[in-house]
Write a protein that binds this ligand. Structure first.
Ligand code: HEC
Length: 157
């Protein structure tokens, strides 16, 4: 039992360092460029609640932000084909394809913390803006799968 508590203590020391750490060193794995390498997000971060309801106004705010800040790499329709992303390895993710297949908190964490050339946005955008972006990304799959704007999907893989 004591050993168990000690372990938790160690993990709690390491966890913030990982979450806030600079991950820009050495994420140049592999030779392929599909950008689909596993990107693990801490459980709690991935499963936290989205505080901004997925209303059309939020999705619209997210869409505008996306065009300003993200489309250069991820493409205007989020297919991962923006002009600035062409020469990157890994490639910017195809967020339209990923839409609806990851929890909101998973996207939010990745946007907050970045990885490699994907910038960390948590000191640039505020929390509401980040969740607006998440709502926009999640809306991309809905429009194709079904014509029900009220439907909110939170699939876990
Ligand atoms: C400078 C180019 C660039 C910009 C600008 C950029 N991204 Fe990215 N993004 C990337 C790259 C490259 C990856 C893949 C990183 C990896 O897998 O290591 C990525 C990955 C992601 C992922 C994770 C996808 C996955 O694999 O799980 C999300 C979510 C994301 N970006 C959202 C955004 C949002 C939202 C913005 C705007 C606020 C943005 N990105 C701006 C380059 C960019």
């Amino acid at each position: 039992m004591n050993r168990f508590i000690f372990l938790i203590f160690i993990v709690s020391l390491i966890e913030p360092a990982l979450a806030g750490g600079d991950l820009s060193n050495g994420h140049h794995h592999g030779s392929d460029n599909d950008g689909g390498k596993h990107w693990a997000v801490p459980y709690d971060a991935s499963n936290r609640a989205n505080p901004i309801s997925t209303e059309a106004v939020s999705i619209e705010r997210g869409r505008k932000l996306f065009l300003q800040k993200c489309a250069s790499c991820h493409g205007a329709t989020a297919r991962g084909d923006g002009p600035a992303g062409k020469s990157l390895n890994p490639k910017p993710a195809d967020l339209k394809k990923m839409s609806g297949t990851h929890p909101d908190g998973d996207f939010a964490w990745k946007i907050e913390n970045g990885r490699g050339v994907m910038p960390a946005w948590k000191n640039i955008l505020n929390q509401n803006q980040i969740w607006d972006l998440v709502n926009y990304i999640q809306s991309l799959s809905d429009s194709e799968k079904k014509n029900n704007p009220e439907h909110i999907d939170d699939h876990v893989h």
